[in-house]
Design a protein around this ligand. Structure first.
Ligand code: SF4
Ligand code: SF4
Length: 116
Protein backbone atom coordinates (compact mmCIF):
# COMPACT_ATOMS: atom_id res chain seq x y z
CA UNK A 1 0.00 0.00 0.00
CA UNK A 2 1.31 3.42 -0.96
CA UNK A 3 1.64 6.33 1.48
CA UNK A 4 -0.27 9.50 0.65
CA UNK A 5 0.23 13.04 1.84
CA UNK A 6 4.00 12.95 2.12
CA UNK A 7 5.46 16.46 2.13
CA UNK A 8 6.60 17.66 -1.25
CA UNK A 9 10.19 18.77 -1.46
CA UNK A 10 10.77 22.20 -2.94
CA UNK A 11 12.78 22.22 -6.13
CA UNK A 12 13.88 25.78 -5.39
CA UNK A 13 17.27 25.94 -3.75
CA UNK A 14 17.15 29.74 -3.68
CA UNK A 15 14.58 31.64 -1.60
CA UNK A 16 11.91 33.23 -3.78
CA UNK A 17 12.09 37.00 -3.66
CA UNK A 18 8.89 38.93 -3.01
CA UNK A 19 8.85 42.70 -3.18
CA UNK A 20 5.95 43.14 -0.78
CA UNK A 21 6.83 45.14 2.31
CA UNK A 22 4.83 44.49 5.50
CA UNK A 23 3.25 47.57 7.07
CA UNK A 24 4.55 46.87 10.55
CA UNK A 25 6.26 48.69 13.43
CA UNK A 26 9.74 47.61 12.37
CA UNK A 27 9.37 49.01 8.87
CA UNK A 28 7.41 52.15 9.72
CA UNK A 29 9.93 52.99 12.48
CA UNK A 30 12.87 52.75 10.07
CA UNK A 31 11.14 54.62 7.24
CA UNK A 32 12.77 57.91 6.18
CA UNK A 33 9.57 59.47 4.81
CA UNK A 34 9.03 61.58 7.97
CA UNK A 35 12.22 63.50 7.09
CA UNK A 36 11.68 63.61 3.34
CA UNK A 37 11.51 67.00 1.57
CA UNK A 38 8.56 65.76 -0.50
CA UNK A 39 6.30 65.88 2.53
CA UNK A 40 8.16 68.28 4.83
CA UNK A 41 5.84 71.23 4.05
CA UNK A 42 2.60 69.25 4.15
CA UNK A 43 0.23 70.53 6.83
CA UNK A 44 -1.75 67.30 6.49
CA UNK A 45 1.36 65.24 7.27
CA UNK A 46 2.36 67.58 10.10
CA UNK A 47 -1.03 67.05 11.71
CA UNK A 48 -0.68 63.27 11.51
CA UNK A 49 2.91 63.43 12.78
CA UNK A 50 1.64 65.06 15.99
CA UNK A 51 0.07 61.67 16.80
CA UNK A 52 2.68 59.46 15.14
CA UNK A 53 3.96 57.73 18.29
CA UNK A 54 0.44 56.99 19.48
CA UNK A 55 -0.56 55.68 16.06
CA UNK A 56 2.50 53.43 16.12
CA UNK A 57 1.11 51.67 19.21
CA UNK A 58 -2.11 50.60 17.52
CA UNK A 59 -2.56 47.01 16.45
CA UNK A 60 -3.03 46.68 13.56
CA UNK A 61 -1.33 49.82 12.32
CA UNK A 62 -3.55 52.19 10.37
CA UNK A 63 -1.89 53.64 7.23
CA UNK A 64 -4.45 56.45 7.29
CA UNK A 65 -2.79 57.77 10.44
CA UNK A 66 0.85 57.08 9.62
CA UNK A 67 2.34 59.15 6.76
CA UNK A 68 5.18 56.69 6.18
CA UNK A 69 6.19 53.40 4.56
CA UNK A 70 4.38 54.20 1.34
CA UNK A 71 6.36 51.41 -0.33
CA UNK A 72 4.01 49.18 1.69
CA UNK A 73 0.81 51.17 2.08
CA UNK A 74 0.66 52.88 -1.30
CA UNK A 75 -0.18 56.42 -2.40
CA UNK A 76 -0.18 59.04 0.36
CA UNK A 77 -3.54 59.87 1.88
CA UNK A 78 -2.38 63.47 2.25
CA UNK A 79 -2.65 65.34 -1.04
CA UNK A 80 -0.47 68.36 -0.30
CA UNK A 81 2.92 66.68 -0.89
CA UNK A 82 5.46 68.17 -3.31
CA UNK A 83 6.45 65.46 -5.78
CA UNK A 84 8.91 67.81 -7.49
CA UNK A 85 11.29 67.45 -4.57
CA UNK A 86 13.78 64.60 -4.13
CA UNK A 87 12.69 61.22 -2.78
CA UNK A 88 15.13 59.86 -0.19
CA UNK A 89 13.96 56.23 -0.25
CA UNK A 90 17.32 55.18 -1.71
CA UNK A 91 18.99 55.79 1.67
CA UNK A 92 16.41 53.84 3.65
CA UNK A 93 17.24 50.48 5.28
CA UNK A 94 13.82 49.13 4.30
CA UNK A 95 14.57 49.99 0.67
CA UNK A 96 17.77 47.95 0.67
CA UNK A 97 16.41 45.08 2.77
CA UNK A 98 13.53 44.47 0.34
CA UNK A 99 15.56 45.21 -2.81
CA UNK A 100 13.10 47.91 -3.79
CA UNK A 101 15.41 49.25 -6.48
CA UNK A 102 14.42 46.13 -8.45
CA UNK A 103 10.72 46.82 -8.10
CA UNK A 104 8.30 49.19 -9.74
CA UNK A 105 8.15 52.05 -8.96
CA UNK A 106 11.69 52.35 -7.59
CA UNK A 107 10.89 55.32 -5.33
CA UNK A 108 8.27 58.05 -4.87
CA UNK A 109 5.92 55.42 -3.49
CA UNK A 110 3.83 58.20 -1.92
CA UNK A 111 3.10 59.41 -5.46
CA UNK A 112 2.99 56.23 -7.52
CA UNK A 113 1.94 53.54 -5.05
CA UNK A 114 3.44 50.56 -3.26
CA UNK A 115 6.22 48.44 -4.70
CA UNK A 116 5.10 45.62 -6.95
S1 SF4 B 1 11.67 52.71 1.15
FE1 SF4 B 1 10.82 54.79 1.22
S2 SF4 B 1 8.63 54.51 1.64
FE2 SF4 B 1 9.65 52.55 2.09
S3 SF4 B 1 10.07 52.66 4.27
FE3 SF4 B 1 11.89 53.45 3.24
S4 SF4 B 1 11.66 55.69 3.09
FE4 SF4 B 1 9.66 54.78 3.62
S1 SF4 C 1 8.10 57.63 -0.60
FE1 SF4 C 1 10.01 58.69 -1.13
S2 SF4 C 1 9.25 60.66 -1.92
FE2 SF4 C 1 7.57 59.79 -0.76
S3 SF4 C 1 7.78 60.65 1.29
FE3 SF4 C 1 8.81 58.67 1.25
S4 SF4 C 1 10.97 59.16 0.86
FE4 SF4 C 1 9.74 60.92 0.26
Amino acid sequence: MQHEGEPMQSRHAEPVYTAQVPFNVANVSRCLCPGCPVQSDSSCVAEKNDHFEMALKQNPLNPEELPAAYCSSGVARCKDLDGDRTCICGSCPVFSEYYLASGEPAGYFCQYGATR
